[in-house]
Design a protein around this ligand. Structure first.
Ligand code: TXA
Ligand code: MG
Length: 335
């Protein structure tokens, strides 16, 4: 049975955190909210706990996990040779949605890094996550708490739908506030390389440490195996429209309606009166899209959409990370 505990997101109840922490110490699995998405946590130093994470998610074993820590001292348990640039980023962005790929320590459970010599680490900002790690007294490895290939969960209910009966506990702290996953930055190359865009933008990173690159080459992507797999996807086919006039969006949806039910997520009002058409209207802003997109994709999936048409937003600033996730959701196969 998966136990669900409701917590105050800002001032989590200590007894509940202690219950969850004792599950982690015993090698069990606890899903918890971070500021980005819900994570599925297990003891990062316990190989059996980590294998259970891969099993529960149905995650390919070549896709490494992010280790979550609660203070700077804990970083030294999992990583070596942190270096000046990483320290500058830590000072600027932790706790927060930035994951750093560093040289790993051998004490970290082997499966965490899927055979790589590096370890991905971040210090989350949500009080529930920080308290859980502190009470567990160890780093917690946590991928997003969804079944592999499904959209990341931004509520405890999303987690339960994917992982009920597969994990020991879910800490319900309400909806997460950012809604898409952290930026992953590889600090083992020079200049550092963004392996996965996220809420911390390239511009923000460059303001702190100078030049960073975007992983575009196959060689760089090989270092972040997760980004190769189809990801963040609903069951329905996803079609992206960008810079398209309202009339043409409407025509596209009407055309698709010939073949089945159509969901629409966007900032343009599409007036189609058809029981097989369902629209979710979002504000044309990166924060609103980030916060709502996974939930909207899940909602239209459950409603029974055969196709989901998603209207894009500008790629400036945080919009780049949102569009990255939409493109992955729309890609049919492994890339
Ligand atoms: O916001 C987040 O990052 C959320 C919350 C729960 O913290 N976590 C998350 O984890 O998104 P996950 O497992 O869904 O994505 C981890 C990403 C994958 O793309 C994986 O390939 C990459 O980080 N990664 C993990 N360890 C790595 C390593 N040693 N080298 C390169 N990439 C790594
Ligand atoms: Mg994930």
């Amino acid at each position: 049975m998966t136990q669900v505990l409701k917590l105050d997101a800002q001032h989590p109840q200590p007894e509940a955190i202690e219950q969850a922490a004792s599950i982690i110490r015993g090698g069990g699995l606890v899903a918890f909210p971070t500021e980005t998405v819900y994570g599925l946590g297990g003891d990062a130093m316990n190989e059996r706990a980590i294998r259970r994470i891969f099993e529960a998610k149905g995650r390919p074993s070549d896709n490494p996990l992010i280790v979550h820590i609660c203070d700077r001292a804990m970083l030294d348990l999992v990583a070596n040779n942190v270096g000046a640039k990483a320290e500058a980023l830590i000072a600027a962005f932790w706790p927060g949605p930035l994951t750093l790929v560093l040289k790993g320590r051998p004490e970290v459970a082997e499966s965490v890094s899927a055979g790589l010599a590096t370890v991905a680490v971040r210090m989350p900002r949500s009080p529930i996550a920080l308290e859980l790690i502190r009470r567990a007294e160890r780093p917690i490895a946590a991928p997003s708490a969804n079944l592999s290939g499904r959209p990341s969960p931004t509520t405890a209910d999303h987690v339960a739908r994917d992982l009920d009966e597969r994990i020991d506990m879910i800490l319900d702290g309400g909806a997460t506030n950012i809604g898409i996953e952290s930026t992953v930055l590889d600090m083992t190359s020079e200049p550092p390389v963004i392996l996965r865009p996220g809420w911390i933008t390239r511009e923000q990173l460059e303001d702190a440490i100078g030049r960073v690159e975007l992983a575009a080459t196959h060689e760089a992507l090989k270092r972040s195996p997760g980004t190769r797999h189809r990801h963040y996807g609903p069951r329905a086919r996803v079609v992206i429209v960008e810079n398209t006039p309202a009339e043409s969006v409407k025509e596209l949806c009407e055309g698709l309606l010939q073949d089945g039910s159509v969901g629409f997520i966007g900032h343009t009002r599409v007036a189609i009166d058809n029981p097989r058409f369902s629209a979710i209207l979002l504000e044309n802003a990166a924060d609103e899209y980030a916060r709502s997109i996974y939930s909207a994709l899940r909602q239209l999936d459950e409603w029974g959409a055969g196709v989901i048409v998603v209207e894009g937003i500008s790629e400036a600033g945080e919009g780049a990370a949102v569009m990255d996730r939409l493109r992955r959701a729309a890609s049919e196969a492994e890339q």
